[in-house]
Design a protein around this ligand. Structure first.
Ligand code: F6R
Length: 241
């Protein structure tokens, strides 16, 4: 596992951008797994800057996002599609046909999950970007999620809903369910880049790096992946020796 600890958010974002850019430049067609949430926001801003400066193009990039809330229309201000449009897709030259988000609309969510799984597994994900929850979740794979899980409908833990309530007017407005890539989907990626900042992530990062591998702390399974890079600030790294 490669672990980088940064003094400033700007340095962390620059490194994240550099790593994603290197993957995009590594071959003609690239597939990225992407995350929402606060952790990758600065990285997306830098990638947008690179595209605007014509040092990077997303023309050859296909994306699969980790997850989407159930119960919010796709154009809702807090849907993950809206997030991705605002932070990345609207500002880069990606072909919209190459953007994949789990669909949380309609009545047959299991069928949506299956369709997303099939689309995902028809690609090799070159790099998966992750954040981590304060309870160790990756994607919305909450504690207890089996290692062989694939794309599925999840009921989010109270802690996750509390953590995400900052984006909504109240906790009641935070959806209870989401569709998420499973653990086995995440582990399939050739490279994994996980970004974590803030003291609230310190315990999860400690478990990720040197805890026992257990479904109770889903991020610990990343110890089994051959190519994981962690980009941390000093607070998130504070429980590592
Ligand atoms: C987001 C996702 C989540 C977040 C995690 C951390 O697509 O799957 O696992 O990465 O909840 O969120 P932030 O970055 O907001 O602390």
């Amino acid at each position: 596992m490669n672990i980088f600890v940064f003094r400033s958010q700007a340095e962390l974002d620059a490194k994240a951008c550099e790593l994603v850019k290197a993957v995009i430049h590594s071959k003609p067609q690239v597939t990225l797994g992407l995350a929402t949430g606060s952790s990758p926001v600065g990285m997306y801003a830098r990638l947008v800057d690179e595209v605007k400066a014509k040092r990077l193009s997303f023309k050859s990039v296909t994306t699969f996002n980790l997850d989407e809330y159930v119960g919010l229309p796709a154009d809702h201000a807090q849907s993950y599609l809206t997030f991705m449009n605002q932070h990345l897709f609207n500002h880069v030259d990606i072909d919209r046909a190459n953007i994949h988000m789990p669909s949380a609309e309609g009545h047959d969510l299991e069928a949506n999950a299956k369709a997303y799984h099939d689309a995902l597994w028809s690609h090799t994900v070159d790099l998966q970007v992750l954040g981590v929850g304060s309870n160790g979740h990756i994607g919305f794979n909450e504690p207890g999620t089996p290692v062989d899980s694939t794309v599925h409908v999840v009921r989010m833990h109270k802690q996750t809903r509390l953590d995400n309530a900052r984006f909504f007017n109240s906790l009641d407005e935070v959806p209870e369910y989401a569709i998420s890539m499973g653990i086995s989907d995440i582990l399939r990626a050739k490279k994994i880049l996980l970004i974590a900042t803030g003291a609230k992530k310190a315990q999860a990062i400690k478990e990720l790096v040197k805890g026992k591998i257990t479904v109770d702390v889903p991020c610990t399974i990343l110890q089994t992946h051959p190519d994981v890079t962690l980009l941390l600030d000093e607070d998130a790294a504070s429980l590592l020796s």
